[in-house]
Design a binder for this molecule. Structure first.
Ligand code: GCV
Length: 614
Protein backbone atom coordinates (compact mmCIF):
# COMPACT_ATOMS: atom_id res chain seq x y z
CA UNK A 1 0.00 0.00 0.00
CA UNK A 2 1.26 3.47 -0.81
CA UNK A 3 2.33 5.72 2.06
CA UNK A 4 -0.32 8.33 1.26
CA UNK A 5 -3.06 5.67 1.36
CA UNK A 6 -1.83 4.48 4.77
CA UNK A 7 -1.81 8.06 6.01
CA UNK A 8 -5.37 8.51 4.85
CA UNK A 9 -6.51 5.34 6.61
CA UNK A 10 -4.78 6.37 9.80
CA UNK A 11 -6.32 9.81 9.54
CA UNK A 12 -9.84 8.47 8.95
CA UNK A 13 -9.46 6.08 11.91
CA UNK A 14 -8.41 8.98 14.09
CA UNK A 15 -11.19 11.26 12.96
CA UNK A 16 -13.95 8.68 13.31
CA UNK A 17 -12.66 7.38 16.63
CA UNK A 18 -14.88 7.63 19.68
CA UNK A 19 -13.40 9.36 22.68
CA UNK A 20 -11.01 6.85 24.20
CA UNK A 21 -9.96 6.74 27.84
CA UNK A 22 -7.58 3.78 27.73
CA UNK A 23 -9.89 1.53 29.70
CA UNK A 24 -10.07 -0.99 26.87
CA UNK A 25 -6.30 -1.41 26.84
CA UNK A 26 -5.15 -3.22 23.69
CA UNK A 27 -8.48 -5.03 23.46
CA UNK A 28 -10.34 -2.40 21.46
CA UNK A 29 -12.17 -4.81 19.17
CA UNK A 30 -15.61 -3.79 18.00
CA UNK A 31 -18.38 -6.27 18.80
CA UNK A 32 -19.10 -7.49 15.28
CA UNK A 33 -20.97 -10.76 15.99
CA UNK A 34 -20.24 -12.00 12.54
CA UNK A 35 -18.36 -15.30 12.71
CA UNK A 36 -19.95 -18.73 12.60
CA UNK A 37 -17.98 -20.64 15.23
CA UNK A 38 -18.17 -24.44 15.30
CA UNK A 39 -16.50 -27.18 17.34
CA UNK A 40 -15.76 -26.90 21.06
CA UNK A 41 -18.25 -24.70 22.92
CA UNK A 42 -16.24 -22.57 25.37
CA UNK A 43 -15.20 -19.04 26.30
CA UNK A 44 -13.01 -18.91 23.19
CA UNK A 45 -16.07 -19.54 20.99
CA UNK A 46 -17.91 -16.68 22.67
CA UNK A 47 -14.99 -14.28 22.17
CA UNK A 48 -14.77 -15.23 18.50
CA UNK A 49 -18.50 -14.83 17.95
CA UNK A 50 -18.35 -11.39 19.50
CA UNK A 51 -15.17 -10.01 18.00
CA UNK A 52 -13.80 -12.03 15.07
CA UNK A 53 -14.18 -10.22 11.82
CA UNK A 54 -13.98 -13.32 9.58
CA UNK A 55 -16.86 -15.56 8.50
CA UNK A 56 -15.96 -18.94 9.99
CA UNK A 57 -13.77 -20.47 12.69
CA UNK A 58 -13.55 -24.02 14.00
CA UNK A 59 -12.25 -24.90 17.46
CA UNK A 60 -10.73 -28.35 17.92
CA UNK A 61 -9.02 -30.23 20.71
CA UNK A 62 -5.89 -32.30 20.31
CA UNK A 63 -4.87 -33.78 23.65
CA UNK A 64 -1.39 -34.64 22.37
CA UNK A 65 -0.46 -30.98 22.09
CA UNK A 66 1.73 -29.22 24.66
CA UNK A 67 0.06 -27.45 27.57
CA UNK A 68 -1.13 -23.94 26.57
CA UNK A 69 0.11 -24.30 22.97
CA UNK A 70 -2.14 -23.58 20.01
CA UNK A 71 -2.15 -23.97 16.26
CA UNK A 72 -3.94 -21.65 13.85
CA UNK A 73 -4.29 -23.22 10.42
CA UNK A 74 -6.71 -21.92 7.85
CA UNK A 75 -9.91 -21.30 9.79
CA UNK A 76 -9.16 -23.85 12.53
CA UNK A 77 -7.67 -23.29 15.97
CA UNK A 78 -6.42 -26.42 17.70
CA UNK A 79 -5.19 -26.80 21.28
CA UNK A 80 -4.91 -29.32 24.09
CA UNK A 81 -7.71 -27.76 26.10
CA UNK A 82 -10.05 -24.78 26.36
CA UNK A 83 -7.37 -22.48 27.73
CA UNK A 84 -5.12 -23.21 24.76
CA UNK A 85 -8.09 -22.44 22.51
CA UNK A 86 -8.53 -19.13 24.31
CA UNK A 87 -4.85 -18.24 23.79
CA UNK A 88 -5.24 -19.20 20.12
CA UNK A 89 -8.33 -17.02 19.86
CA UNK A 90 -6.56 -13.89 21.07
CA UNK A 91 -3.65 -14.70 18.78
CA UNK A 92 -6.04 -14.95 15.83
CA UNK A 93 -7.68 -11.67 16.81
CA UNK A 94 -4.30 -9.92 16.69
CA UNK A 95 -3.54 -11.49 13.33
CA UNK A 96 -1.26 -14.43 14.18
CA UNK A 97 -1.06 -17.71 12.27
CA UNK A 98 0.70 -21.03 12.83
CA UNK A 99 1.89 -22.87 15.94
CA UNK A 100 2.92 -21.29 19.19
CA UNK A 101 3.86 -22.63 22.64
CA UNK A 102 5.01 -20.70 25.70
CA UNK A 103 8.60 -20.70 26.92
CA UNK A 104 7.61 -21.13 30.57
CA UNK A 105 4.77 -22.84 32.42
CA UNK A 106 4.77 -20.07 35.05
CA UNK A 107 3.91 -16.58 33.75
CA UNK A 108 2.89 -14.71 36.85
CA UNK A 109 1.97 -11.19 37.88
CA UNK A 110 3.01 -10.16 41.39
CA UNK A 111 0.68 -7.55 42.86
CA UNK A 112 2.09 -5.57 45.75
CA UNK A 113 -1.47 -4.83 46.90
CA UNK A 114 -2.21 -4.23 50.56
CA UNK A 115 -5.36 -5.29 52.33
CA UNK A 116 -6.20 -1.63 53.09
CA UNK A 117 -6.58 -1.10 49.35
CA UNK A 118 -3.31 0.76 48.79
CA UNK A 119 -0.50 -0.59 46.60
CA UNK A 120 3.17 -0.54 47.51
CA UNK A 121 4.97 1.20 44.63
CA UNK A 122 1.62 1.44 42.85
CA UNK A 123 1.23 4.49 40.65
CA UNK A 124 -2.13 3.88 39.03
CA UNK A 125 -4.61 4.20 41.85
CA UNK A 126 -5.78 1.76 44.45
CA UNK A 127 -5.95 -2.02 44.39
CA UNK A 128 -8.43 -3.67 42.05
CA UNK A 129 -8.68 -6.53 44.56
CA UNK A 130 -8.83 -4.94 47.99
CA UNK A 131 -9.88 -1.31 47.73
CA UNK A 132 -13.59 -2.12 47.54
CA UNK A 133 -13.59 -5.89 47.67
CA UNK A 134 -16.33 -8.05 46.30
CA UNK A 135 -18.77 -5.53 44.80
CA UNK A 136 -20.30 -6.13 41.35
CA UNK A 137 -18.07 -3.36 39.92
CA UNK A 138 -14.97 -4.96 41.41
CA UNK A 139 -15.91 -8.40 40.16
CA UNK A 140 -16.45 -7.02 36.65
CA UNK A 141 -13.08 -5.25 36.86
CA UNK A 142 -11.45 -8.54 37.81
CA UNK A 143 -13.15 -10.26 34.87
CA UNK A 144 -11.75 -7.56 32.55
CA UNK A 145 -8.35 -7.99 34.19
CA UNK A 146 -8.50 -11.75 33.62
CA UNK A 147 -9.40 -11.28 29.97
CA UNK A 148 -6.56 -8.82 29.40
CA UNK A 149 -4.09 -11.22 30.99
CA UNK A 150 -5.36 -14.22 29.07
CA UNK A 151 -4.99 -12.26 25.84
CA UNK A 152 -1.23 -12.12 26.43
CA UNK A 153 -0.82 -15.53 28.05
CA UNK A 154 -0.35 -14.60 31.71
CA UNK A 155 -1.49 -17.56 33.80
CA UNK A 156 -0.94 -16.63 37.45
CA UNK A 157 -1.58 -13.77 39.85
CA UNK A 158 -0.12 -13.27 43.30
CA UNK A 159 -2.85 -11.05 44.71
CA UNK A 160 -1.11 -9.38 47.66
CA UNK A 161 2.07 -7.57 48.61
CA UNK A 162 5.24 -9.53 49.43
CA UNK A 163 5.36 -7.36 52.55
CA UNK A 164 2.45 -9.52 53.56
CA UNK A 165 -0.14 -9.12 56.25
CA UNK A 166 -0.84 -12.33 58.15
CA UNK A 167 -4.53 -11.45 57.87
CA UNK A 168 -4.39 -12.54 54.25
CA UNK A 169 -4.68 -16.11 55.47
CA UNK A 170 -7.69 -15.54 57.71
CA UNK A 171 -10.90 -17.38 56.85
CA UNK A 172 -12.64 -14.23 55.60
CA UNK A 173 -9.89 -13.36 53.15
CA UNK A 174 -9.60 -16.94 51.94
CA UNK A 175 -13.31 -16.74 51.00
CA UNK A 176 -12.63 -13.53 49.11
CA UNK A 177 -9.70 -15.13 47.29
CA UNK A 178 -11.97 -18.05 46.35
CA UNK A 179 -14.41 -15.58 44.77
CA UNK A 180 -11.60 -14.05 42.73
CA UNK A 181 -10.13 -17.45 41.84
CA UNK A 182 -13.52 -18.52 40.45
CA UNK A 183 -13.51 -15.50 38.14
CA UNK A 184 -9.92 -15.94 37.01
CA UNK A 185 -10.10 -19.72 36.42
CA UNK A 186 -11.98 -19.71 33.08
CA UNK A 187 -9.24 -17.42 31.77
CA UNK A 188 -6.54 -19.89 32.77
CA UNK A 189 -5.25 -17.82 35.69
CA UNK A 190 -4.27 -19.46 38.97
CA UNK A 191 -4.27 -17.53 42.18
CA UNK A 192 -1.25 -17.39 44.52
CA UNK A 193 -0.74 -15.53 47.80
CA UNK A 194 2.22 -13.83 49.45
CA UNK A 195 2.55 -15.05 53.02
CA UNK A 196 4.00 -13.60 56.16
CA UNK A 197 6.38 -16.15 57.67
CA UNK A 198 5.24 -15.26 61.18
CA UNK A 199 1.57 -16.04 60.43
CA UNK A 200 1.47 -19.01 62.84
CA UNK A 201 2.16 -16.52 65.62
CA UNK A 202 0.11 -13.55 64.47
CA UNK A 203 -2.85 -15.53 63.27
CA UNK A 204 -2.43 -18.91 64.94
CA UNK A 205 -1.30 -17.60 68.33
CA UNK A 206 1.63 -20.01 68.45
CA UNK A 207 4.67 -18.93 70.42
CA UNK A 208 7.04 -19.39 67.52
CA UNK A 209 7.23 -19.51 63.74
CA UNK A 210 10.36 -21.70 63.81
CA UNK A 211 10.12 -23.84 60.67
CA UNK A 212 11.53 -26.87 62.51
CA UNK A 213 8.90 -26.72 65.23
CA UNK A 214 6.32 -29.50 64.60
CA UNK A 215 3.43 -27.27 65.73
CA UNK A 216 4.44 -24.63 63.21
CA UNK A 217 4.63 -27.17 60.37
CA UNK A 218 1.25 -28.56 61.44
CA UNK A 219 -0.23 -25.04 61.42
CA UNK A 220 0.88 -24.47 57.83
CA UNK A 221 -0.39 -27.90 56.78
CA UNK A 222 -3.81 -27.15 58.24
CA UNK A 223 -3.81 -23.72 56.57
CA UNK A 224 -2.91 -25.27 53.21
CA UNK A 225 -5.76 -27.76 53.62
CA UNK A 226 -8.18 -24.95 54.41
CA UNK A 227 -7.11 -23.01 51.31
CA UNK A 228 -7.19 -25.98 48.96
CA UNK A 229 -10.63 -27.01 50.20
CA UNK A 230 -11.91 -23.66 48.92
CA UNK A 231 -9.60 -23.32 45.91
CA UNK A 232 -8.52 -26.74 44.62
CA UNK A 233 -6.26 -25.29 41.94
CA UNK A 234 -4.60 -22.72 44.24
CA UNK A 235 -1.06 -22.08 42.93
CA UNK A 236 0.97 -21.69 46.11
CA UNK A 237 2.87 -19.11 48.16
CA UNK A 238 5.32 -16.30 47.41
CA UNK A 239 7.62 -15.46 50.32
CA UNK A 240 9.78 -12.48 51.25
CA UNK A 241 11.68 -13.69 54.29
CA UNK A 242 14.33 -11.97 56.39
CA UNK A 243 14.36 -9.03 54.08
CA UNK A 244 13.62 -5.38 54.89
CA UNK A 245 12.23 -6.28 58.30
CA UNK A 246 10.07 -9.22 57.23
CA UNK A 247 10.16 -12.29 59.48
CA UNK A 248 11.77 -15.48 58.28
CA UNK A 249 13.59 -18.66 59.24
CA UNK A 250 16.70 -16.61 60.03
CA UNK A 251 14.90 -15.36 63.14
CA UNK A 252 15.36 -18.90 64.52
CA UNK A 253 18.84 -19.43 63.05
CA UNK A 254 17.36 -21.65 60.35
CA UNK A 255 18.33 -21.48 56.72
CA UNK A 256 16.21 -20.26 53.84
CA UNK A 257 16.02 -23.87 52.62
CA UNK A 258 14.66 -25.01 55.98
CA UNK A 259 12.01 -22.30 55.90
CA UNK A 260 11.03 -22.86 52.30
CA UNK A 261 10.95 -26.64 52.60
CA UNK A 262 8.58 -26.56 55.54
CA UNK A 263 6.11 -24.52 53.46
CA UNK A 264 6.76 -26.69 50.41
CA UNK A 265 5.75 -29.79 52.35
CA UNK A 266 2.47 -28.13 53.31
CA UNK A 267 1.38 -27.42 49.73
CA UNK A 268 3.00 -30.41 48.03
CA UNK A 269 0.03 -32.84 48.41
CA UNK A 270 -2.08 -30.40 46.38
CA UNK A 271 0.47 -29.67 43.65
CA UNK A 272 1.33 -26.23 45.08
CA UNK A 273 4.65 -24.41 44.75
CA UNK A 274 6.69 -22.01 46.88
CA UNK A 275 8.32 -19.02 45.21
CA UNK A 276 11.03 -17.96 47.65
CA UNK A 277 12.60 -14.56 47.01
CA UNK A 278 16.34 -13.99 47.13
CA UNK A 279 15.99 -10.21 47.65
CA UNK A 280 17.83 -9.98 50.96
CA UNK A 281 20.33 -7.52 52.35
CA UNK A 282 21.20 -5.86 55.61
CA UNK A 283 21.17 -7.43 59.04
CA UNK A 284 23.47 -10.45 58.53
CA UNK A 285 25.81 -8.72 56.13
CA UNK A 286 27.15 -5.65 57.88
CA UNK A 287 29.81 -4.03 55.73
CA UNK A 288 29.36 -6.34 52.75
CA UNK A 289 28.69 -4.74 49.37
CA UNK A 290 24.90 -4.88 49.04
CA UNK A 291 24.96 -6.33 45.53
CA UNK A 292 26.90 -9.35 46.81
CA UNK A 293 24.60 -10.21 49.67
CA UNK A 294 22.01 -12.42 47.96
CA UNK A 295 24.66 -14.79 46.63
CA UNK A 296 26.45 -14.89 50.00
CA UNK A 297 23.23 -15.71 51.78
CA UNK A 298 21.91 -18.36 49.40
CA UNK A 299 24.97 -20.11 48.02
CA UNK A 300 25.05 -22.75 50.75
CA UNK A 301 21.39 -23.57 50.19
CA UNK A 302 21.90 -24.53 46.56
CA UNK A 303 20.52 -28.01 45.92
CA UNK A 304 18.89 -28.17 49.34
CA UNK A 305 15.41 -27.03 48.38
CA UNK A 306 12.43 -29.34 47.81
CA UNK A 307 11.50 -29.83 44.18
CA UNK A 308 8.42 -27.61 44.50
CA UNK A 309 10.46 -24.59 45.64
CA UNK A 310 11.58 -22.00 43.11
CA UNK A 311 14.04 -19.25 43.94
CA UNK A 312 12.75 -15.93 42.63
CA UNK A 313 15.32 -13.22 41.99
CA UNK A 314 15.18 -9.71 40.61
CA UNK A 315 16.89 -9.25 37.25
CA UNK A 316 19.70 -7.17 38.76
CA UNK A 317 21.61 -7.62 42.02
CA UNK A 318 20.44 -4.30 43.51
CA UNK A 319 16.85 -3.25 42.98
CA UNK A 320 15.14 -2.61 39.63
CA UNK A 321 17.42 0.27 38.63
CA UNK A 322 17.12 1.83 35.15
CA UNK A 323 20.15 -0.25 34.23
CA UNK A 324 21.87 -2.98 36.20
CA UNK A 325 24.12 -5.81 35.16
CA UNK A 326 22.29 -9.12 35.55
CA UNK A 327 22.13 -10.69 39.01
CA UNK A 328 24.95 -13.24 39.42
CA UNK A 329 22.70 -15.45 41.55
CA UNK A 330 21.39 -16.82 38.26
CA UNK A 331 24.91 -18.20 37.70
CA UNK A 332 25.49 -19.35 41.26
CA UNK A 333 22.47 -21.51 41.99
CA UNK A 334 23.10 -24.36 39.59
CA UNK A 335 20.97 -26.92 41.42
CA UNK A 336 17.92 -24.83 42.27
CA UNK A 337 15.01 -24.03 39.95
CA UNK A 338 14.89 -20.28 39.41
CA UNK A 339 12.45 -17.62 38.31
CA UNK A 340 13.27 -14.06 37.31
CA UNK A 341 11.32 -11.18 38.86
CA UNK A 342 10.97 -8.17 36.57
CA UNK A 343 9.32 -4.95 37.65
CA UNK A 344 6.56 -3.67 35.40
CA UNK A 345 5.61 -0.86 37.75
CA UNK A 346 8.29 1.73 37.04
CA UNK A 347 9.39 2.35 40.61
CA UNK A 348 12.79 3.67 39.52
CA UNK A 349 11.93 4.67 35.97
CA UNK A 350 9.69 7.67 36.37
CA UNK A 351 6.78 5.67 37.79
CA UNK A 352 3.56 6.30 35.84
CA UNK A 353 4.70 9.78 34.78
CA UNK A 354 7.48 8.93 32.36
CA UNK A 355 7.10 7.21 29.04
CA UNK A 356 9.59 4.37 29.32
CA UNK A 357 9.06 1.20 27.31
CA UNK A 358 10.68 -1.57 29.31
CA UNK A 359 10.90 -4.42 26.81
CA UNK A 360 14.44 -3.46 25.68
CA UNK A 361 15.61 -3.62 29.30
CA UNK A 362 14.12 -7.09 29.76
CA UNK A 363 15.59 -8.25 26.45
CA UNK A 364 18.96 -7.06 27.71
CA UNK A 365 18.54 -9.29 30.76
CA UNK A 366 17.65 -12.31 28.59
CA UNK A 367 20.80 -11.74 26.58
CA UNK A 368 22.76 -12.58 29.75
CA UNK A 369 20.47 -15.06 31.49
CA UNK A 370 19.23 -17.55 28.95
CA UNK A 371 15.49 -18.20 29.25
CA UNK A 372 16.21 -21.94 29.37
CA UNK A 373 17.94 -21.40 32.78
CA UNK A 374 14.58 -20.36 34.24
CA UNK A 375 11.39 -22.23 35.01
CA UNK A 376 9.17 -19.18 35.12
CA UNK A 377 8.88 -15.45 35.12
CA UNK A 378 7.22 -12.96 37.47
CA UNK A 379 6.38 -9.32 36.87
CA UNK A 380 5.58 -6.78 39.58
CA UNK A 381 2.32 -5.40 38.23
CA UNK A 382 1.60 -1.77 37.33
CA UNK A 383 -2.16 -2.19 37.55
CA UNK A 384 -4.54 -0.13 39.64
CA UNK A 385 -8.02 1.35 39.65
CA UNK A 386 -7.14 4.27 37.35
CA UNK A 387 -9.45 4.36 34.34
CA UNK A 388 -6.60 3.45 32.03
CA UNK A 389 -5.33 0.76 34.48
CA UNK A 390 -1.68 1.85 34.47
CA UNK A 391 -1.64 5.61 35.03
CA UNK A 392 0.25 6.44 31.81
CA UNK A 393 -1.28 5.24 28.56
CA UNK A 394 2.11 4.03 27.42
CA UNK A 395 2.68 2.10 30.66
CA UNK A 396 0.07 -0.31 29.33
CA UNK A 397 2.72 -1.31 26.80
CA UNK A 398 4.84 -2.64 29.66
CA UNK A 399 2.07 -4.90 30.97
CA UNK A 400 1.50 -6.07 27.39
CA UNK A 401 5.23 -6.59 26.74
CA UNK A 402 5.69 -8.53 29.97
CA UNK A 403 2.97 -10.99 28.95
CA UNK A 404 4.24 -11.37 25.41
CA UNK A 405 7.84 -11.91 26.58
CA UNK A 406 6.68 -14.34 29.26
CA UNK A 407 5.15 -16.33 26.44
CA UNK A 408 8.05 -15.89 24.05
CA UNK A 409 11.24 -14.18 25.23
CA UNK A 410 12.60 -14.41 21.70
CA UNK A 411 10.15 -11.83 20.41
CA UNK A 412 11.92 -8.57 19.75
CA UNK A 413 10.98 -5.43 21.65
CA UNK A 414 10.17 -3.91 18.30
CA UNK A 415 7.77 -6.66 17.28
CA UNK A 416 5.95 -6.31 20.57
CA UNK A 417 5.74 -2.52 20.34
CA UNK A 418 4.39 -2.80 16.80
CA UNK A 419 1.67 -5.20 17.92
CA UNK A 420 0.80 -2.97 20.83
CA UNK A 421 0.65 0.24 18.78
CA UNK A 422 -1.53 -1.46 16.16
CA UNK A 423 -4.00 -2.70 18.77
CA UNK A 424 -3.89 0.24 21.17
CA UNK A 425 -3.78 3.16 18.76
CA UNK A 426 -4.80 1.51 15.46
CA UNK A 427 -1.46 2.65 14.08
CA UNK A 428 0.47 0.52 11.65
CA UNK A 429 4.22 0.86 11.87
CA UNK A 430 4.47 0.86 8.10
CA UNK A 431 3.06 4.38 8.24
CA UNK A 432 5.15 7.41 9.17
CA UNK A 433 3.23 8.19 12.39
CA UNK A 434 3.42 4.56 13.49
CA UNK A 435 7.13 4.45 12.74
CA UNK A 436 7.75 7.61 14.72
CA UNK A 437 5.92 6.31 17.79
CA UNK A 438 7.73 3.02 17.52
CA UNK A 439 11.06 4.85 17.47
CA UNK A 440 10.03 6.91 20.47
CA UNK A 441 9.17 3.78 22.46
CA UNK A 442 12.35 2.01 21.44
CA UNK A 443 14.55 4.96 22.47
CA UNK A 444 12.72 5.70 25.70
CA UNK A 445 14.53 3.38 28.11
CA UNK A 446 18.01 4.51 27.04
CA UNK A 447 16.82 8.11 27.30
CA UNK A 448 15.73 7.45 30.88
CA UNK A 449 19.10 5.89 31.75
CA UNK A 450 20.82 8.91 30.22
CA UNK A 451 18.90 11.60 32.06
CA UNK A 452 18.82 9.70 35.37
CA UNK A 453 22.00 7.67 35.81
CA UNK A 454 24.24 6.91 32.87
CA UNK A 455 27.49 4.94 32.73
CA UNK A 456 26.55 2.50 35.48
CA UNK A 457 25.55 5.04 38.13
CA UNK A 458 22.80 3.66 40.34
CA UNK A 459 20.43 4.39 43.22
CA UNK A 460 20.92 8.14 43.36
CA UNK A 461 17.20 8.67 43.94
CA UNK A 462 15.48 10.81 46.49
CA UNK A 463 15.00 8.99 49.73
CA UNK A 464 12.21 6.45 49.86
CA UNK A 465 9.90 7.52 47.02
CA UNK A 466 12.51 6.74 44.38
CA UNK A 467 11.32 9.38 41.95
CA UNK A 468 13.59 12.43 41.68
CA UNK A 469 17.38 12.88 42.03
CA UNK A 470 19.29 13.16 45.31
CA UNK A 471 22.93 12.42 44.55
CA UNK A 472 24.03 14.05 47.82
CA UNK A 473 21.61 11.86 49.82
CA UNK A 474 23.01 10.71 53.13
CA UNK A 475 21.28 10.24 56.44
CA UNK A 476 23.32 8.86 59.28
CA UNK A 477 20.24 7.32 60.89
CA UNK A 478 19.58 5.07 57.89
CA UNK A 479 21.52 2.06 56.67
CA UNK A 480 24.29 3.08 54.31
CA UNK A 481 22.72 0.88 51.61
CA UNK A 482 19.85 3.36 51.37
CA UNK A 483 22.09 6.38 50.75
CA UNK A 484 23.03 7.58 47.24
CA UNK A 485 26.55 8.62 48.32
CA UNK A 486 27.27 4.96 49.10
CA UNK A 487 26.55 4.04 45.49
CA UNK A 488 28.32 6.70 43.47
CA UNK A 489 31.31 7.22 45.83
CA UNK A 490 32.12 10.53 44.14
CA UNK A 491 35.05 12.53 45.44
CA UNK A 492 37.69 14.75 43.91
CA UNK A 493 39.67 11.67 42.89
CA UNK A 494 36.83 10.26 40.82
CA UNK A 495 33.51 8.49 40.80
CA UNK A 496 32.08 4.95 40.81
CA UNK A 497 31.89 1.87 43.03
CA UNK A 498 35.02 -0.25 42.95
CA UNK A 499 33.65 -3.77 42.69
CA UNK A 500 36.60 -5.30 40.84
CA UNK A 501 39.21 -7.54 42.50
CA UNK A 502 40.88 -4.52 44.11
CA UNK A 503 37.55 -3.43 45.62
CA UNK A 504 34.62 -5.47 46.90
CA UNK A 505 35.30 -8.18 44.31
CA UNK A 506 31.64 -8.46 43.36
CA UNK A 507 32.85 -9.33 39.86
CA UNK A 508 34.01 -12.68 41.25
CA UNK A 509 30.37 -13.73 41.72
CA UNK A 510 29.91 -13.80 37.93
CA UNK A 511 30.58 -16.75 35.69
CA UNK A 512 33.03 -16.32 32.85
CA UNK A 513 33.24 -14.56 30.47
CA UNK A 514 31.51 -11.80 32.44
CA UNK A 515 33.73 -12.12 35.51
CA UNK A 516 36.85 -11.11 33.56
CA UNK A 517 34.99 -8.77 31.26
CA UNK A 518 33.54 -6.68 34.09
CA UNK A 519 36.63 -6.91 36.30
CA UNK A 520 38.97 -5.32 33.78
CA UNK A 521 38.26 -1.65 33.27
CA UNK A 522 39.52 -1.95 29.71
CA UNK A 523 36.89 -4.52 28.75
CA UNK A 524 34.05 -3.46 31.03
CA UNK A 525 31.21 -2.13 28.83
CA UNK A 526 30.84 1.61 29.37
CA UNK A 527 27.20 1.24 30.35
CA UNK A 528 28.40 -0.62 33.49
CA UNK A 529 31.62 1.32 34.03
CA UNK A 530 30.78 3.09 37.30
CA UNK A 531 28.90 0.07 38.62
CA UNK A 532 32.15 -1.86 38.72
CA UNK A 533 34.93 0.74 38.81
CA UNK A 534 35.95 3.94 40.57
CA UNK A 535 37.63 6.13 37.97
CA UNK A 536 39.25 9.55 37.81
CA UNK A 537 37.22 12.36 36.29
CA UNK A 538 39.72 12.69 33.46
CA UNK A 539 39.64 8.97 32.62
CA UNK A 540 39.73 8.64 28.83
CA UNK A 541 36.53 7.16 27.41
CA UNK A 542 36.21 5.27 24.12
CA UNK A 543 35.11 8.42 22.31
CA UNK A 544 38.24 10.24 23.44
CA UNK A 545 36.39 12.50 25.85
CA UNK A 546 37.07 12.51 29.58
CA UNK A 547 34.72 10.68 31.88
CA UNK A 548 33.32 13.98 33.12
CA UNK A 549 32.73 15.29 29.58
CA UNK A 550 31.20 12.00 28.56
CA UNK A 551 28.88 11.99 31.56
CA UNK A 552 27.66 15.48 30.71
CA UNK A 553 27.04 14.35 27.13
CA UNK A 554 24.87 11.49 28.41
CA UNK A 555 22.74 13.79 30.58
CA UNK A 556 22.39 16.20 27.65
CA UNK A 557 21.41 13.41 25.31
CA UNK A 558 18.77 12.14 27.75
CA UNK A 559 17.14 15.56 27.88
CA UNK A 560 17.27 16.12 24.13
CA UNK A 561 15.70 12.69 23.58
CA UNK A 562 12.68 13.71 25.66
CA UNK A 563 12.51 17.01 23.74
CA UNK A 564 12.35 14.93 20.60
CA UNK A 565 9.62 12.69 22.07
CA UNK A 566 7.51 15.80 22.55
CA UNK A 567 8.06 16.76 18.93
CA UNK A 568 7.12 13.25 17.78
CA UNK A 569 4.01 13.32 19.93
CA UNK A 570 3.01 16.73 18.59
CA UNK A 571 3.28 15.41 15.03
CA UNK A 572 1.24 12.35 15.97
CA UNK A 573 -1.66 14.50 17.14
CA UNK A 574 -3.83 14.06 14.00
CA UNK A 575 -3.64 10.29 14.34
CA UNK A 576 -4.45 9.90 18.03
CA UNK A 577 -7.80 10.35 19.76
CA UNK A 578 -8.14 13.54 21.76
CA UNK A 579 -8.21 12.30 25.34
CA UNK A 580 -5.28 9.93 25.14
CA UNK A 581 -3.26 12.45 23.14
CA UNK A 582 -3.83 15.18 25.68
CA UNK A 583 -3.17 13.04 28.73
CA UNK A 584 0.03 11.67 27.24
CA UNK A 585 1.13 15.13 26.14
CA UNK A 586 0.77 16.45 29.69
CA UNK A 587 2.88 13.61 31.01
CA UNK A 588 5.56 14.10 28.37
CA UNK A 589 5.87 17.76 29.36
CA UNK A 590 6.23 16.67 32.95
CA UNK A 591 8.84 14.10 31.92
CA UNK A 592 10.83 16.81 30.17
CA UNK A 593 10.77 19.00 33.29
CA UNK A 594 11.92 16.02 35.33
CA UNK A 595 14.67 15.11 32.87
CA UNK A 596 16.00 18.67 33.05
CA UNK A 597 15.87 18.55 36.83
CA UNK A 598 17.80 15.26 36.89
CA UNK A 599 20.46 16.75 34.63
CA UNK A 600 20.79 19.93 36.63
CA UNK A 601 20.83 18.37 40.08
CA UNK A 602 23.25 15.59 39.17
CA UNK A 603 25.66 17.68 37.13
CA UNK A 604 25.67 20.55 39.63
CA UNK A 605 26.51 18.10 42.39
CA UNK A 606 29.14 16.07 40.52
CA UNK A 607 30.71 19.28 39.23
CA UNK A 608 31.65 20.17 42.81
CA UNK A 609 34.12 17.25 42.64
CA UNK A 610 34.89 17.02 38.94
CA UNK A 611 35.86 20.65 38.49
CA UNK A 612 37.41 21.26 41.88
CA UNK A 613 41.02 22.28 41.62
CA UNK A 614 43.14 19.66 43.26
C1 GCV B 1 7.79 -4.71 48.35
C2 GCV B 1 12.29 -2.30 47.12
C3 GCV B 1 11.03 -1.48 47.17
C4 GCV B 1 10.09 -2.00 48.24
C5 GCV B 1 9.79 -3.47 47.93
C6 GCV B 1 11.10 -4.22 47.93
C7 GCV B 1 10.92 -5.68 47.57
O1 GCV B 1 13.06 -2.10 48.24
O2 GCV B 1 11.35 -0.14 47.35
O3 GCV B 1 8.92 -1.23 48.21
O4 GCV B 1 8.89 -4.01 48.86
O5 GCV B 1 11.97 -3.66 46.98
O6 GCV B 1 11.06 -5.99 46.41
O7 GCV B 1 10.64 -6.49 48.45
Amino acid sequence: MKKTACFTIALICALTAVAEDGSRLWLRYERVQKACVTGVECLAAKELRDYYDGERVRLELDTTMAQDAYRIEGVTITAKNEIGLLYGTYALLRGEKGYSAPQWPLRILNHWDNLDGSIERGYAGNSIFFHVPNTPTTLQKIRDYARANASIGINGSVLNNVNASAKMLSAGYIKLVKTYADILRPYGIKVYLSVNFASPMTLGKLKTADPLDPQVAAWWKAKAKEIYTEIPDFGGFLVKANSEGQPGPGDYHRTHAEGANMLADAVKPYGGIIMWRSFVYGANHKGEDRVKQAVSEFVNDDGKFRDNVILQSKNGPLDFQPREPYAPIFDTMQHTPQMAELQITQEYLGQSRHLVYLAPMWQEFFSFVKPSRLVGIAGVANIGLDTNWCGHHFSQANWYAFGRLAWNPNLTSEEIAKEWLAQTFSLSCSTAPGKALLAMMMRSREACVDYMMPLGLHHIFKFDHHYGPEPDGFKAEYPLEWCPVYYHQADTAGIGFNRNHTGTNATAQYAEPYRSLYDDVKTCPEEYLLWFHHLPWDYCMKDGATLWENMQAHYNRGVSEVEDFLRIWQEAKPYIDEQRWKETDERLHHQLDNAREWRKVCLDYFRTFAEKKK
